[in-house]
Design a protein around this ligand. Structure first.
Ligand code: HEM
Length: 483
């Protein structure tokens, strides 16, 4: 997800919970290493404690289900920096991820509309157009930072889907500002966590940026309200949405939902696209079989919504890629009353972290968890609380279908049109930033025409701790059917 860690800390005792004494900063510095160490040391539930302050971690389907299905007890508190009451910052951080109880239920129903199949059909054509536009710039023989490409592409995609295809530049301007605001929230959230003295001046700048951003979103809302025919973008649909009593959302509520939707969609999808392309390029056999499936059915084009459901290898590749390297590495809840979690008593107000990344690498759930094996999904069925790239339960990702459509349009267009290989010797590092698993050194790939062979290349970096890559000697000649 696209914002920051909101780690207010519990300082009460919860006896007999397995505890590692350590620096809480170890978690914010390197969430992956910290969570993995806790899991390996203690198993499915553990706490990290410093001077009586505890963060509790749960891994695996049983605890995930307990925490994620009981929304009455376990609340979501997503943003660390809420800003003063009646401030733009407060309104911008009031979206779904900060709501709980009846308010959350009502808003979730209202926000759901633009993410139903009927609306996704219209987004599909725009996705194709934007992907084609991006690919027109790619030239065989060049090296590209694919992570930067995917981030910029998703900025265009998210801006237009949320704010309008008919006013792309204005939509993009808002998207760009939200991107900046999300990054600043993250920086400051971390600053608050480590008591950074520089935080005060940054806080002032954040509040100013929030004001400018709110004014822009409001101008867009007013523009939409003044138009004769309603737009088909998410914001226009949200303006029209009504609950059972016929009530719609206020401007302040629309502002909060727009900001959170953008933050939730942009980098999660950009990271997923990047990791997918990385895993494919480093697994030439899978890539070659996938291109065969796509060329055989799509002949170089993007799938229609009907075709998307008939590409079984594409399904398995996406599923496996989001298992091995899920964009959302962890998220958190806080219990609003004392609770029994498994055999342990937790005092009210305990921050509880759950992690798709660690759960997806549990060997009892996924044999040989570090290997990228799309065909494991021919046989494997799992609980929604074991395989959970979009989380699970009543707060499961609202944009999962849109995200899957984006992946299913974009990846086929790229891999049918170009052969990508990671630059030999590149350092591929993954780190969890702002709850998301992202490449931190970019993702530099050689772009070739589709007659080039599929080939894995030797690489360095901590990615080897997360995924076991095959022999680099594997190189597969391109099929004559290539586009
Ligand atoms: C591959 C891309 C995506 C991934 C991996 C992803 C993952 C997630 C996860 C794990 C959660 C649960 C967070 C929590 O409970 O703390 C979540 C929630 C959410 N996501 Fe996504 N997401 C993606 C794309 C999108 C898109 C495209 C949108 C909409 C435009 C979106 C909108 C939301 C919203 C609104 C929530 C909050 C739901 C609620 O609290 O009721 N996401 N997402």
């Amino acid at each position: 997800m696209a914002s920051n860690s909101n780690l207010s800390l519990s300082n009460r005792d919860s006896r007999s919970l397995p505890v590692t004494q350590g620096r809480l900063l170890d978690f914010s510095d390197n969430p992956f290493a910290c969570m993995r160490r806790l899991y390996r040391t203690h198993g499915n539930i553990a706490a990290l404690e410093e001077q009586g302050m505890r963060l509790v971690f749960v891994f695996g389907p049983q605890y995930n289900q307990q925490v994620l299905s009981d929304t009455r007890t376990y609340h979501s508190r997503f943003f660390a920096i809420r800003g003063p009451k009646n401030s733009s910052q407060r309104r911008l951080t009031c979206g779904l991820l900060s709501m709980n109880g009846e308010e959350h239920k009502r808003h979730r129903r209202l926000v759901m509309g633009p993410f139903q199949k009927k609306s996704i059909e219209t987004y599909r054509d725009h996705l194709v157009e934007l992907a084609q536009q991006m690919l027109r710039d790619w030239q065989p023989g060049e090296v590209r930072n694919i992570f930067r490409d995917m981030t910029q592409y998703m900025l265009r995609v998210t801006s237009s889907i949320l704010f309008g295809f008919d006013v792309p530049e204005l939509a993009y301007e808002i998207g760009h500002m939200i991107e900046h605001w999300v990054a600043m929230n993250h920086e400051l959230g971390m600053g608050a966590f480590i008591s950074d003295p520089g935080i005060t001046s940054s806080y002032g700048r954040l509040l100013e940026l929030a004001e400018a951003l709110e004014a822009k979103i409001l101008a867009m809302i007013n523009l939409r309200r003044s138009m004769n025919s309603p737009g088909r973008d998410v914001l226009s649909l949200l303006i029209q949405a009504r609950d059972e009593d016929g009530a719609g959302m206020t401007d302040a509520e629309l502002i909060g939902q727009a900001a959170v939707l953008f933050g939730a969609a942009h980098l999660t999808t950009a990271n997923s696209l990047t990791w997918n392309l990385f895993l494919l390029t480093q697994h030439p056999r899978v890539a070659s079989d996938l291109v065969d499936e796509l060329m055989g059915n799509l002949h170089g084009e993007a799938p229609t919504l009907e075709q998307m459901d008939k590409l079984p290898l594409l399904d398995r590749v996406l599923k496996e890629s989001m298992r091995v390297l899920p964009a959302s590495a962890y998220s958190q809840r806080i219990n609003v009353e004392p609770v029994e979690l498994g055999p342990f008593q937790l005092p009210k107000g305990t921050p509880i972290i759950f992690s798709p990344l660690i759960t997806h690498h549990m060997p009892d759930l996924f044999p040989e968890p570090e290997r990228f094996l799309p065909d494991r999904w021919l046989e494997l069925t799992t609980s929604p609380y074991a395989y959970m790239p979009f989380a699970a339960g009543p707060r499961m990702c609202l944009g999962a279908s849109l995200a899957m459509t984006t992946l299913k349009v974009t990846l086929p267009l790229i891999v049918q049109r170009f052969r990508l290989t990671v630059v030999p010797g590149a350092t591929i590092n993954g780190a969890v930033r702002s709850t998301m698993l992202a490449p931190t050194n970019g993702m530099f790939m050689m772009v070739s025409d589709p007659t080039a062979p599929f080939a894995a290349t030797p690489i360095q970096g901590n990615i080897h701790e997360m995924v076991e890559l095959p022999e680099v000697s594997v190189s597969i000649a391109a099929n004559a059917k290539a586009a």
